[in-house]
Design a protein around this ligand. Structure first.
Ligand code: PLP
Length: 403
C-alpha cells in the first residue's frame, strides 16, 4: 500500500487561497492590505475548513490526464460509471442505496442551501437550526427574509445533545410557523455524529409537524475510529421531504473544485431545481470527484489516522500548557471545538477573541462566528502538518495567557 505524506508543508501563497490570502476580509472584514502584527507569510492558519494537506495524488494525476485531452468545452455527466462510483461509495460505507433519479449536482452546499430555502419555503414560513451553527445556515434564511429560530444544543462536559423538548415546542408553535429544519450531520462545530436514536427522534418530530429537512452531511466521511455515520434519509426511505447534501470537498480537500451531490426525492422540488439550476459542470471537477470516490479510500483512511493523531497531540498539549481549557476530541471532522471560558472570566465579551489570537500570529475562529450558543469557545482546524499545528498551539497558549 502507498504511504501518503501528510507532514509535507505546502506553500499556498499566491494561489488566491481563502485560507492564505482571504483571512483579512473573511475573518475581520478588513481591507486586503490591512496591516497586522505578523507578516502574512508568518501566520499559522487554523481557521477556514479546508486542509493544508495535498489533495490525493490520484486526483491530481487524473486532472493532469484530462488536461492532456486538451479541450475544456461544455461538459455534463453522461457516463454511467460516475453514478456507479458514487452509489458504491454510499452503499459500502453507509449501507445507503442512493437513487440516480434523486441526484442533482450543485456547485457547493452553501449555494445549495441558499437555493433550497427559496424552493422549500414561502415568505412567512420559517426555519429552525441547532446552535452553535455553521453560519451559512443562518445566512440562507436571512437572504430570503425567513426568520431563523435557534434550538440550542445542550452541553455536558463537552458532549453536545439535542434538546428534543425545545425542538418540539418550537416546531409546534404556530406563531413561529417553522417549515424547514436544517440539520448538520455530523455537526459543525461540535463534531457530534448523531446516533440512530437521535436521528429517528428528529425525523419523527419533523414528520409529525410537516417540516422539511435539509440534512447537510458534508462531514460524513471524516469520522474518528469507531464512529459510524448513518444517513438520515436511510432511516426514512418513504419520507420525500428529506433532502441530503453530500460532497467530496471536505473529505478529499477539493473545496476549490466546486461539485456537490444533493439527493432530492421530492419530484416537484427536484423538477424546479433542475429547471432553475441544471448548470454546465467543470470537466476537471467531474474527473476529480469520480477519481476521489473510486480510488482514494486508502488515502482517506491514512488521512483519518493522521487527524486522530493530531487530535491526540492537541489534547496532550492543551492539558499540559493550558489545563483550564476544556477540550474533548470530537467524533468527526477536523475541527476542534474548545471551551476557553475559564480564561475569559474577566472579559465582558466572551465571543470576540479571534483578534487576540491573530495578534499572537495564529488564526482561529471564535464563538461569534457560529451564530449563537458558542460563547467562550474557539474552533481550531487541525487539518495541517503536525509541525504547523505544534507552532499554532504554542501561539494559542501565549494568546490564552494574555487574554
Ligand atoms: C456544515 C457545512 N456545510 C457546508 C460547508 C461548505 O460547503 P461548500 O464548500 O460545498 O459550499 C461547510 C464548510 O465548512 C460546512 O461545515
Amino acid at each position: 500500500m502507498h504511504t501518503y505524506n501528510f507532514d509535507e508543508i505546502i506553500d499556498r501563497s499566491g494561489t488566491n487561497s481563502v485560507s492564505f490570502e482571504g483571512w483579512r476580509q473573511s475573518m475581520f472584514g478588513s481591507d486586503k492590505n490591512a496591516t497586522f502584527p505578523f507578516d502574512d507569510s508568518d501566520y499559522i492558519r487554523l481557521w477556514v475548513a479546508d486542509m493544508d494537506f495535498a489533495t490525493p495524488p490520484e486526483v491530481l494525476d487524473a486532472i493532469r490526464e484530462h488536461l492532456d485531452r486538451k479541450i475544456l468545452g461544455y461538459t455534463r455527466i453522461y457516463d454511467d460509471s460516475y453514478f456507479a462510483v458514487l452509489s458504491s461509495w454510499f452503499r459500502r460505507r453507509y449501507e445507503w442505496a442512493i437513487q440516480e433519479e434523486d441526484l442533482v449536482i450543485s456547485p457547493g452546499i452553501v449555494p445549495a442551501l441558499n437555493r433550497l430555502v427559496g424552493l422549500l419555503t414561502e415568505p412567512g414560513e420559517n426555519i429552525l437550526i441547532h446552535t452553535p451553527a455553521y453560519a451559512p445556515f443562518k445566512h440562507a434564511g436571512d437572504y430570503h427574509g425567513r426568520q431563523v429560530f435557534y434550538s440550542p444544543l445542550v452541553q455536558q462536559e463537552g458532549y453536545y445533545t439535542v434538546d428534543f423538548e425545545d425542538m418540539e415546542r418550537q416546531l409546534a408553535d404556530g406563531a413561529k410557523n417553522i417549515k424547514l429544519f436544517i440539520l448538520c450531520h455530523p455537526h459543525n462545530p461540535t463534531g457530534r455524529v448523531w446516533s440512530e436514536e437521535e436521528l429517528r427522534k428528529m425525523g419523527d418530530l419533523c414528520r409529525r409537524h410537516g417540516i422539511w429537512i435539509i440534512s447537510d452531511e458534508i462531514h460524513c466521511d471524516l469520522l474518528r475510529k469507531g464512529q459510524q455515520h448513518i444517513p438520515l434519509a436511510r432511516l426514512f426511505p418513504d419520507n420525500d421531504r428529506i433532502i441530503t447534501c453530500t460532497a467530496p470537498s471536505k473529505t478529499f480537500n477539493l473545496a476549490g473544485s466546486p461539485m456537490s451531490h444533493l439527493f432530492i426525492p421530492h419530484k416537484a422540488v427536484r423538477k424546479e431545481w433542475l429547471r432553475l439550476y441544471a448548470e454546465v459542470l467543470s470537466p476537471l471537477s467531474i474527473v476529480a470527484t469520480q477519481t476521489a470516490y473510486a480510488s482514494c479510500e486508502d488515502w482517506l483512511e491514512q488521512l483519518k489516522q493522521y487527524l486522530d493523531n493530531n487530535f491526540a497531540f492537541l489534547r496532550t498539549q492543551l492539558e499540559a500548557e493550558v489545563p483550564k481549557v476544556q477540550f474533548y476530541i470530537p467524533q468527526s471532522t477536523y475541527l476542534a471545538w474548545v471551551d476557553i471560558s475559564a480564561y475569559l472570566e474577566h472579559r465582558a465579551d466572551k465571543n470576540n477573541v479571534a483578534m487576540d489570537f491573530a495578534r499572537h500570529g495564529v488564526l482561529i475562529e471564535d464563538g461569534k462566528m457560529f451564530v449563537h450558543n458558542g460563547e467562550g469557545h474557539i474552533r481550531i482546524n487541525i487539518a495541517c502538518p503536525r509541525a504547523v499545528l505544534a507552532e499554532g498551539i504554542k501561539r494559542m497558549v501565549k494568546a490564552l495567557h494574555n487574554l
